[in-house]
Design a protein around this ligand. Structure first.
Ligand SMILES: *[C@@H]1O[C@H](CO)[C@@H](O)[C@H](O)[C@H]1NC(C)=O
Ligand SMILES: *[C@@H]1O[C@H](CO)[C@@H](O)[C@H](O)[C@H]1NC(C)=O
Length: 455
């Protein structure tokens, strides 16, 4: 009896230790090495800032026109099907007709060039960024803000919020100086030539970029992969982050899954961890599980065989458009998979959406953008556990109704210094979809951060 007792005790201690070890994030990694990601020898290119203008050659446009005019016939959608099997080809035909005959690239190029743009070489990578320094009266403070997009987005998502963020607002005594880069391998930012450029390493590149631009402390804003990269920045380099506005506050810790499991077994559990008005965003768990499976196939492919997928996307502008637009349908409102028009024009115009697609097409960055998933969702990177680490800098989460949802009772496992939590009717491409609401939420958050930081 005594022996059994000791064995049970030892086993409990062991299991308890194992569970605690699994729940607690691993220690923070050592100081990251400054890897040279681009061609040439380390240090062979200086950190020179160069003005940048988008200027696509006539050959590229002629080639695109040819591909749009000469595509093979589309496979018709199944009877009674809208977007449930993916991009509806009746809708795609409309988009392609617009692209071929009405979308005027030279006009769009002028539009895209409206803000000052630069490139800067950091650790061998030419990073492209928009940089707007507002001209304001002396009594208005100017606060630096780094804004980061995700996939399948680009700096284009922010064109409507940038004028709001850089123009003094009634009743506010501050305004932003915005720095809006493309992630390495996206748009006009150059890709790494060797493996390993994971979000923590990108965070270091961005910190070095901000440093080279003269900023040692700044605010950060991001959604999608922008959120993931900036979370790495906030965890690894909290001393440079004054505050973090995040529009994709997801939690993937083991603790979260244990809580989710408990919640699905004990019906009384949710009352304190999910707000009653959000029950339908979590329950029934089974429905949400299958939703997630249905919407994340792309992620698995990009995380495992990005180069294979990238060949097709780099070859066919129409394939690329279908692949990206599908995300703008369900990502904006998941019920729109039941609409033949995918709801694409509810919040966007074809010009808006094609600008973003063109940035991928003309820079041939499909493959290099997909690779970010491979550099993130692999064992070596996830074992670092950076996304399980508490974020101590003041944080604001903007939770959009059609984006990934994390209940209140779990957010604080990671966002331990959450000073603002807003629930907003809208989707994943929030800044692009609802610029005024989005910009106001950023101002509100930073107003709170400023009070904390100046006390
Ligand atoms: C784009 O390049 C062409 C050819 O080099 C040049 O003539 C034109 O002025 C450039 N446009 C812009 C906006 O820089
Ligand atoms: C999402 O779609 C549903 C159903 O079509 C609609 O009732 C709702 O207002 C939409 N939400 C947004 C934010 O567009």
């Amino acid at each position: 009896m005594m022996k059994l007792g000791i064995i049970v005790l030892l086993m409990s201690v062991f299991l308890g230790y194992k569970i605690k070890k699994a729940i607690d994030p691993p220690p923070l990694p050592e100081k990251l090495e400054e890897i040279w990601w681009g061609p040439g020898n380390p240090g062979s290119v200086g950190t020179i800032i160069k003005p940048f203008t988008i200027n696509v050659s006539d050959e590229v446009l002629k080639d695109l026109q040819y591909r749009l005019d000469n595509h093979r016939p589309f496979t018709p959608p199944l009877e009674g099907i809208q977007q449930q099997y993916g991009m509806n080809t009746n809708l795609l035909k409309e988009v392609v007709d617009y692209w071929r005959s009405k979308y005027d690239w030279r006009k769009r190029e002028k539009y895209l060039n409206q803000f000052p743009q630069y490139t800067i070489n950091i650790q061998g990578l030419d990073i492209h960024f928009i940089h707007i320094k507002p001209n304001v009266p002396q009594n208005i403070k100017v606060l630096p803000l780094l804004i980061l997009h995700g996939w399948p987005g680009s700096v284009r998502e922010f064109y409507d919020i940038l004028p709001i963020l850089t123009t003094p607002q009634e009743g506010r005594d501050f305004v932003f100086e915005v720095i809006v880069p493309h992630i390495p391998g996206y748009g006009f930012s150059k890709p790494a030539i060797r493996p390993g450029l994971s979000p923590d390493n990108i965070a270091l590149v961005l910190k070095n970029m901000m440093h080279a631009l003269g900023y040692h402390k700044f605010y950060i804003q991001g959604g999608d992969f922008g959120a993931i990269i900036l979370r790495n920045l906030a965890v690894l380099y909290p001393e440079v982050v004054q505050g973090f506005h995040c529009n994709m506050c997801t939690i993937t810790t083991l603790k979260r899954y244990i809580k989710s499991l408990l919640a699905s077994i004990f019906p009384s559990f949710p009352s304190w961890y999910v707000r009653p008005e959000h029950y339908n965003r979590v329950f029934p768990v089974k429905e949400h599980f299958f939703d997630t499976i249905r919407e994340t196939g792309y992620l698995h492919e990009q995380a495992t065989k990005p180069d294979t997928l990238g060949i097709a996307m780099n070859e066919s502008p129409i394939g690329l458009a279908a692949y990206i637009l599908e995300k703008f349908t369900t990502g904006t409102n998941k019920t729109w998979q039941n609409r033949e028009d995918g709801g694409l024009l509810e919040y966007f115009t074809y010009d808006d959406l094609l600008d973003n697609i063109m940035i991928y097409w003309i820079t041939k960055s499909a493959t290099t953008s997909f690779r970010l998933y491979s550099e993130t969702f692999n064992r070596a990177n996830t074992e670092k556990g950076i996304l399980s680490q508490p974020i101590h800098v003041p944080t604001a989460c903007a939770r959009y109704s059609y984006d990934f949802y994390t209940p209140d009772g779990m957010l604080k496992d990671v966002f331990v210094n959450l000073v603002q939590l807003t629930d907003i009717e809208g989707g994943h491409f929030a800044a692009f979809q609802l610029p005024e609401i989005f910009a106001k939420d950023v101002y509100d958050a930073v107003e709170k951060f400023e009070i904390i930081n100046t006390n």
